[in-house]
Design a binder for this molecule. Structure first.
Ligand code: NOJ
Length: 561
């Protein structure tokens, strides 16, 4: 039985949540683009993988300026993906298979095609329609300098100048991301009301929760001042402001008003863990992505600090931790862990860095066992279970990600983690579409992915897919996993070893030597086969410990090494 079933209640405290990036998951209609029909056809795959919930990145009508995070209508489905009726059917079907649905809400900004923004442009300077956004005159004598010196999350200025009805240059509007994503003004009552209605719209359709995009950026200092590096916590002009908490408290009341309370999951990128935990107080969000762990290098001391800090700060507010290795914004773990610098940072993303993919794959397998054994919930980004590497050779004319373009081509962008999944066969599109179709996928798949397809891996328990399936099965059935306490076991400095429940242990060897294991009755799972009963470098093992914990010798370095 899981921790969540014993102690605190709430499925989300222990869940394994699978992130579906719809465009690239599976194509059910044969046009080369992933869609809801494709997801519905693959629901048995997700059920058999053993996850508890599916998080769908935005599936709403969008011009696609930022992978769907430019939403034109929050109550509909992009026609490329299907219809609202199909989404409703998908939510219901998934639920019958034990899979809950989480939808992405994007409250910081809308698409420039959204009726509110279209109306605001048409209505002109000083109009009430413009009050829902941040329109301001420019600086300088002719108003041709941006209203302030902020920097877009994608680089460059976050201001774009409009033209007035007569064609003359007019006011500027704020967009922390691309110009196609104007920021909303969260002091406007329409904005608050609208988002609560959007939440109700999806909650009423049976979704179990929402993932809140860019959750710490919504509120701006009304004066839009330049950033003062010495600002007080909570008083940055647009990041992590105090006023956000009241918004999420009101969302929580709404989520709690349902018979099965809905869940709020925040994309909370704030470096200070104490500041992050404020969003997880009992009357705000339920959980937030653990970006500290995601970005952490493959180094034992750093990982241990990240894990301990996560557990400590979450415990202070009674929230379960989350463990995330990847998502649609970051370099695939197999690639990242195969590099000299195994950390993740947007600032240092570059193409063409030397990568040892075999090493990366080995570490990614170990990292998966670590993440799935830690207390709380775990996220799996589509393709992670297949051990897909980052695709780094997408031809320039096929790149879609605005991050690439706005960096002047320095940042390779995020497309390499968004390539369509390989399902079967030996050549692209690897069964991405319905049988008999071979449409070109918008992002190209590599020619050497035949061994990475679901079909190729499904029958092999040693494959990455086999490892994930087994790990998720054990995680569901083994006493002490999911939410609940963790007890560190004595271990050598470069080894992470901890127990969950009475008898479960996870040991991760980040040293360069073989290490001994605590005394165990069974090896439940290991990321590579044990070597004479010892654990090899860059590997992890799940053990069923021998009954008397006090009799367990420590996981110490082997005398032979
Ligand atoms: C975070 C999303 O994960 C990312 O893909 C997107 O570009 C930004 N928010 C803006 O919505």
């Amino acid at each position: 039985m899981r921790g969540s079933d014993i102690g605190h209640s709430g499925w989300w405290r222990s869940a394994a949540i699978y992130q579906v990036y719809v465009r690239s998951f599976a194509d059910g209609t044969g046009d080369g683009v992933g869609d809801l029909a494709g997801v519905r056809a693959r629901l048995p795959y997700l059920r058999d993988l053993g996850v508890d919930a599916l998080w769908f990145t935005p599936w709403y009508p969008s011009a696609g300026a930022d992978g769907g995070y430019d939403v034109a209508d929050y109550r509909a489905i992009d026609p490329t993906y299907g219809t609202l009726a199909e989404a409703e059917a998908l939510i219901a079907e998934a639920r019958t298979m034990g899979l809950r649905t989480i939808v992405d809400v994007v409250p910081n900004h809308v698409s420039d095609q959204h009726p509110w923004f279209v109306d605001a442009l048409a209505a002109g300077p000083g109009s009430p329609e413009r009050e829902r956004f941040w329109f301001r005159p420019g600086r300088g004598r002719r108003g041709d300098e941006p209203p302030n010196g902020w920097t877009s999350e994608f680089g460059g200025t976050p201001w774009t100048r409009t033209k007035d009805a007569d064609g003359a240059p007019g006011d500027w509007y704020l967009h922390l991301f691309t110009p196609e994503q104007p920021d909303l003004n969260w002091t406007h009552p329409d904005v608050r009301r609208e988002h609560e209605e959007i939440l109700r719209f999806w909650f009423d359709r049976g979704v179990a929760g929402v993932r809140i995009d860019s959750a710490v950026l919504l509120v701006k200092h009304p004066g839009l001042p330049d950033v003062d590096p010495a600002h007080q916590p909570g008083d940055h002009p647009y990041v992590d402001r105090h006023e956000l908490h009241e918004i999420y408290a009101s969302w929580r009341r709404l989520a709690d008003s349902y018979d099965e309370p809905r869940v709020l999951i925040g994309e909370v990128w704030v470096p200070d863990p104490q500041r992050m935990s404020l969003y997880l107080r009992p009357d705000e969000m339920h959980t937030a992505f653990n970006f500290d762990f995601l970005a952490c290098p493959w180094e034992p001391a750093r990982l241990r600090v990240s894990i301990e800090m996560t557990l400590r700060t979450h415990a202070q507010v009674g929230a379960p931790a989350t463990w995330v290795l990847s998502n649609h914004d970051v370099t695939r773990p197999v690639t990242r862990y195969g590099r000299a610098d195994t950390s993740f940072a947007f600032e240092s993303k570059r193409a063409g860095i030397a990568t040892d993919l075999a090493l990366g794959q080995r570490r990614a397998r170990a990292a998966a066992l670590l993440a799935m054994a830690l207390p709380g919930s775990v996220y799996i980004y589509q393709g992670e279970e297949l051990g897909l590497p980052e695709v780094e050779d997408i031809e320039p004319h096929r790149i879609q990600d605005p991050m690439h373009f706005r960096s002047g081509g320095i940042d390779p962008g995020r497309d390499g983690a968004r390539v369509p999944l390989p399902w079967s066969g030996d050549t692209p599109p690897y069964g991405f579409g319905p049988p008999g179709t071979t449409p070109e996928t918008p992002l190209p798949q590599p020619d050497d992915w035949a061994a990475l397809t679901v079909e190729a891996q499904a029958a092999d328990p040693e494959s990455s897919l086999g490892l994930y399936r087994t790990a998720l099965r054990i995680r569901r059935t083994q006493d002490g996993l999911g939410d609940g306490p963790l007890r560190w076991l004595p271990a050598g400095g470069d080894v992470l070893a901890f127990a969950r429940g009475d008898r479960f242990a996870c040991v991760v060897n980040l040293s360069t030597d073989l290490v001994d294991l605590p005394r165990y009755d069974d090896v439940l799972l290991s990321s590579v086969p044990l070597d004479g009963g010892r654990l090899a470098p860059d590997a992890a093992a799940w053990l069923r410990l021998s009954p008397e914990p006090e009799a367990n010798p420590t996981a110490s370095r082997s005398a032979a090494t």
